[in-house]
Every structure is written in C-alpha cells, then in structure tokens.
Write a protein that binds this ligand. Structure first.
Ligand code: AKG
Ligand code: MN
Length: 123
C-alpha cells in the first residue's frame, strides 16, 4: 500500500470509465501480469477500506487472460468465466463481492504481458 498521485493518463481513463459506469471513483489499483506465471487466486474485493456495495470497474490492457467467478456458498450455482481482452471494461456491481469470488488463473500458455486497472471507491 503505497499510494501515488493520479497521472494525466489515469485520469483520462478514469473519466471514460466513470461515464460508462455512472460512478465517481477515488482510487485505482494497478496489477501487472508479466506472463502466465503471474495470476491472482480466488478472492473477493471486500477489503475494509472498500465501500460495500460499490461498483468496481476493471479495465484490461495487453494480453488476454481468463477471469473466473464462483459463488461463495452455493456450489450448485453456475461458475463462469470471461476472457478479458485488450481494452475491455468489466463492471462488478452491488452485492457481487459479498457473494462471489473471482480469480485470474496462472497459465502455462504463452501470454503477453497484461496490465489491469481496477477503479474503486474507498472510504
Ligand atoms: O486482473 C484482473 O482482472 C483482476 C484483478 C483483481 O481481481 C484485483 O486486483 O482485485
Ligand atoms: Mn479482485
């Protein structure tokens, strides 16, 4: 946790995402996936500093990666996955973080480096 001031480019992307989501974000987390050995395992974005129920907007650049979701308790609930491609925007809204986990699995396939930005509302 070492916050930096907004850059011009990040503010531009934030503005576009805010228009799309109709939400004002006050922070962004940047993840760099250098290759298939980098991933993030099952979790939900439910850190205490995140306002519960708030929208999270996830913007992807570079290599396509799988993004998987599963329900926390209803094992019969459908799991699903998306391919997050260059320039895609994924919105997670409402009670998503309360009930669902997500991950970006590691892969043995050759994948290009990827940057993911998750815009958030922290309190
Ligand atoms: O890279 C992604 O698409 C997801 C990243 C993520 O889940 C997180 O930063 O909490
Ligand atoms: Mn997450």
């Amino acid at each position: 946790m070492n916050p930096h001031p907004w850059t011009f480019t990040l503010l531009e992307i934030k503005q576009r995402v805010e228009q799309l989501a109709q939400v004002s974000f006050n922070s962004v987390l940047l993840n760099l996936y250098r290759n298939g050995s980098d991933g993030v395992s099952w979790h939900s974005d439910d850190e205490l500093e995140l306002a519960p129920g708030q929208t999270i907007a996830s913007v992807s650049f570079g290599g396509t990666r799988r993004f998987m979701m599963k329900h926390k308790t209803k094992t019969e609930a459908a799991k699903f996955e998306l391919k997050l491609t260059h320039g895609s925007v994924l919105l997670m809204r409402g009670e998503t973080q309360q009930h669902w986990l997500h991950q970006v699995p590691k892969t043995k396939k050759k994948v290009d480096p990827r940057i993911n930005l998750t815009f958030r509302v922290i309190r």
